[in-house]
Design a binder for this molecule. Sequence first.
Ligand code: PBG
Length: 359
Amino acid sequence: MQTDVRTAPGTISSAPAPPSAVGGTRPATPPPPASPGFPTVRLRRLRRTDALRRLVRETTLAVDDLILPLFVAPGRGVREPIASMPGHAQLSLDELAHEVREVRDLGVPAVLLFGLPSRKDPLGSEAYDPHGIVQEAIRTVKEHAPELVVMTDVCLCEYTSHGHCGVVEDGYVQNDPTLELLAQTALSHVEAGADLVAPSDMMDGRVGAIRRALDAAGYADTPILAYAAKFASAFYGPFREAADSAPQFGDRRAYQMDPANAREALREVELDVAEGADLVMVKPALAYLDLVWRVRERFGLPVVAYSVSGEYAMVKAAGQLGWIDERAIALEQLTGIRRAGADLIITYFAKDVARWLGA
Ligand code: PBG
């Protein structure tokens, strides 16, 4: 039988107040502590100096683990700041060329590209146009910083006039007709030179559909990073300004996951693995660290956590107000995401971290 702590009301509050050790007077003879190990066992011994702490540190945060998202827009000389994401901007291709050289020089190994098309339509046709904005951006990165791993977000929401991630009929996002467009989009990215594609739409069966399309076109070696457990989250708010991808009616809850569901998230991951995903993602990161951990424990493939725009914006805003120490908080959060089990982190702090860690 389980003991229910609630059957002993007031246990905690009725306990005698402990003597204050902070700023108060110590009792003349301290009572023997209850710990069975103490005084032989003292965990503080390994915390005494920075060098000791470094030796016993369990989790590392390195620039090698980070992926930087970038937003690419039409035009020339465009570097349009994103108000809710200080330090980030929509970049035209010429500005992207400067940016990716800097990213490469800082040691960040990978970028994740998002595109703002010059026109939108109900079927999101610029998403799979061989000369669409992302396809050109891929070529630009490959030309100016060929060492970078170029990842692309595969989705229709930035390209559709209604802002949903798939084909809309009767006010509903249709799953199966969307698969064909997603596969075409992924293939067009790989043909333009993308090293890896990352479907973020949450249609059922899309990893398999993309895998088949890539294999049939001779790209059996191109990996897929599945946004496997992607939740319908308010933390995407700033991104939708950045990528101009807010749904024009309704919301995404009929395809992205309910934030309350963990078992279902594990099923999503299991299915994406079965369909051929090479890496799996949990998104957002901070409010979903339990899932990062459970996915890490249960599956053998690399786990990626996406620390999304809202997570970035909150730290930036509070930092700018002087309410928190931006750098310390960002590093602590990212370390926490790694400690929870993420192998890789997609973060808008990637360049900052590279500078902070002196990479
Ligand atoms: C596209 C997509 C979104 C994000 C990544 N890919 C937005 C959404 O699903 O509405 C969010 C990323 C972020 O907030 O940083 N579907």
